[in-house]
Design a protein around this ligand. Structure first.
Ligand SMILES: *Cc1c(COP(=O)(O)O)cnc(C)c1O
Length: 368
């Protein structure tokens, strides 16, 4: 049996009529940049997500950069982020001129804890970028309280956590702004690069919108220099076409994760994802920790099961961050994940048969 890591083609086949119509409408109207399809997506996503403002932009890396730049973060400042995140989280901090300060995740939920953040705060800390990895929210309420107490900004990198919740509140809405990626493999994915900023602050939304569009809200009225980070009409129309399905797809991911939990129970050599109490994990990834991870990966590949590692190197251990002079032992949990974490196939259309097969393969690997 072949089990791909994700199956974007199957998803397309299931909603082909909607997608094809969305694409041909944009071409018919040559609404390629900005315009009504981008506006429509911003409005519909804001309504569905329950946030006042959505500012579409080119990708989920730019959205982080735009948020921090519009908060005035720059040289001399420090921003705290997760050691086990994707490099967008930290490279955008550096891009503003500020210094990324990494915190090790907790060993249970593998996300940044308020305690770790508190220990990393210095007099130069300007913001905390809470990263909700794998679909599970960080200890966001305690981090939010801490930020308020210290007078520092809270930004949420929600690229892996569309519609995730903690205490009934969705990811991305607690701090000044949240950032989403709509990279094709994300829970809500475009057919190319796309991203957005969400915020409940209308002045901040305008600032971000202006900066993303060459510093102008109105054509030729450049109130500042900005960047070109626009969402194109095709991607916006494709995303809008997917919105009616996203809640159902999210529930299917959660149901698939429950099946994995059930079929993988009792295998002592692996640790399955643990869900923080009162939170809704939306399983962008179903990431296990496994003994003999590399041998298991090769075995699964042989059996037709595709897996991925998120990520082979913790951010502070990458050559890009040699200049920070940290040691792998400073980040024991994130460094440990380099050799143990394994993301299993996860997508809404995954069948129970496939999940059972993956679990059987894992059992047979450890039984031999
Ligand atoms: C995917 C991702 C991003 C960046 O998104 P792009 O749209 O690829 O630029 C940022 N942060 C995290 C945690 C991500 O997983």
């Amino acid at each position: 049996m072949q089990v791909p890591f994700v199956d974007l083609k199957l998803q397309y086949q299931n909603i082909k009529a909607d997608i094809d119509k969305a694409i041909s409408d944009v071409i018919d109207e040559t609404a390629f940049i900005g315009g009504k399809y981008v506006k429509e997506f911003e409005q519909k996503f804001a309504e569905l997500y329950g946030v006042n403002h959505v500012v579409a932009c080119a990708n989920g890396t730019d959205s982080l950069y735009i948020i921090m730049t519009m908060l005035g973060i720059g040289a001399g400042d420090e921003v705290i982020t997760a050691a086990n995140s994707w490099i967008s989280s930290s490279e955008t901090i550096s891009e503003t001129g500020a210094k990324p300060v990494f915190v090790d995740p907790d060993s249970e939920y593998l996300s940044m804890s308020a305690e770790a953040v508190a220990n990393a705060i210095t007099e130069n800390t300007k913001a905390v970028m809470a990263v909700h990895l794998q679909g599970q929210m960080t200890d966001i309420e305690a981090i939010h309280e801490l930020c308020k107490e210290k007078g520092i900004h809270l930004i949420e990198d929600s690229a892996q956590a569309h519609f995730s919740e903690y205490n009934g509140i969705r990811s991305g809405v607690r701090g000044i702004a949240g950032s989403f990626s709509f990279y094709p493999g994300k829970n809500l994915g475009a057919y190319g690069d796309a991203g957005c900023i969400i915020t409940n602050d209308s002045d901040f939304a305008d600032k971000c919108r202006m900066f993303a569009n060459h510093g102008a809200l109105k054509k030729h009225h450049h109130l500042m220099e900005g960047i070109n980070s626009r969402l194109d009409g095709l991607q916006a129309a494709i995303l809008t076409a997917k919105l009616p399905y996203i809640i159902e797809w999210t529930e299917q991911r959660i149901a698939n994760a429950a099946l994995y939990d059930q079929h993988l129970a009792g295998i002592d050599q692996i640790i399955t994802p643990k869900v923080r109490p009162n939170s809704k994990h939306t399983y962008h990834l179903y990431m296990i920790r496994a003994e003999k991870r590399d041998e298991l990966t090769a075995y699964l590949q042989d059996k037709g099961v595709a897996t991925t590692i998120h990520y082979p190197h913790a951010l502070p251990n990458l050559p890009a961050y040699d200049y920070l002079n940290t040691q792998p032992s400073d980040f024991p949990v994130a460094t440990g994940l380099e050799s143990t974490s394994l993301s299993l196939p996860m997508y809404p259309e995954l069948t129970e048969e496939a999940i059972k097969y993956v679990a059987e393969c894992i059992k047979s690997f450890y039984n031999n």
